[in-house]
Design a protein around this ligand. Sequence first.
Ligand SMILES: C[S@@+](CC[C@H](N)C(=O)[O-])C[C@H]1O[C@@H](n2cnc3c(N)ncnc32)[C@H](O)[C@@H]1O
Length: 248
Amino acid sequence: MNSIPSFAHRFFRFLPMPSPAIASLADRSSSSRASEAIARKARFWDRIARKYAADPIADMAGYEATLQRVQGLLSTDQNVLEIGCGTGSTSLRLAPCTRRLLATDVSAGMIAIAREKLAAQPVPQLSFDVADADAAAAGQGEYDVVLAFNVLHLVTDLDRTLELAVQALRPGGLLISKTACISEMNPLIPFLALPLMRAIGKAPPVLFFDADALRSAIARQGMDIVSVERHGTRGKDIRVFILARKPA
Ligand SMILES: C[S@@+](CC[C@H](N)C(=O)[O-])C[C@H]1O[C@@H](n2cnc3c(N)ncnc32)[C@H](O)[C@@H]1O
């Protein structure tokens, strides 16, 4: 997204009225740059997708508490969008409570596994798609609920992702998120372990914030914060669950 503009882009930028041929070249160049940026972002997750799918959930009781909480907020007349759905385990559990759940992820590897799971365990309300939560999506104002589990600390631009999520919601719609707050961890992790892991390709880029900062970022998009909760059952819980409503 913030990559250095290519020569072609810089050249076309200064043409006031591009001819259709040049415009289409420029379009192609900008769309291929966009897909390169998405591919770059997805590469880490594509690489670890099979391992991620096989890893057990660390705090199963906390996970189940969140699922129960979210199931209580969903209903079968709602259209739901999930961003950063990973391999779709949570989507498969939640989709039966909705009219339609579109679950998206930037990683084609994650979505391929999610589709395998869906084929093995069909849920008619559920579909999966590859999409970047940092990029504009179709269907503005179309969703009753947007779900974001364990992804908001991983996007490139938190404000942009939240802005797009809020745009996708109809007035009165809900944003339901659960997010690791890296700033609440022992400082050795963000300042020593994570940079080392990143250097050897074992960790993705992450954003550092605490629950208050995330809450403020959601409120900055004009959302009313309904509830801030923690569902963890093992030790210090750095994952904050935030429920917010778009004003009607
Ligand atoms: C830690 S996993 C969480 C997956 C799932 N939501 C869960 O709770 O198990 C993070 C997921 O976010 C996805 N992701 C990271 N950046 C993203 C972005 N900009 N847009 C969409 N998905 C993204 C990754 O591909 C990965 O599948």
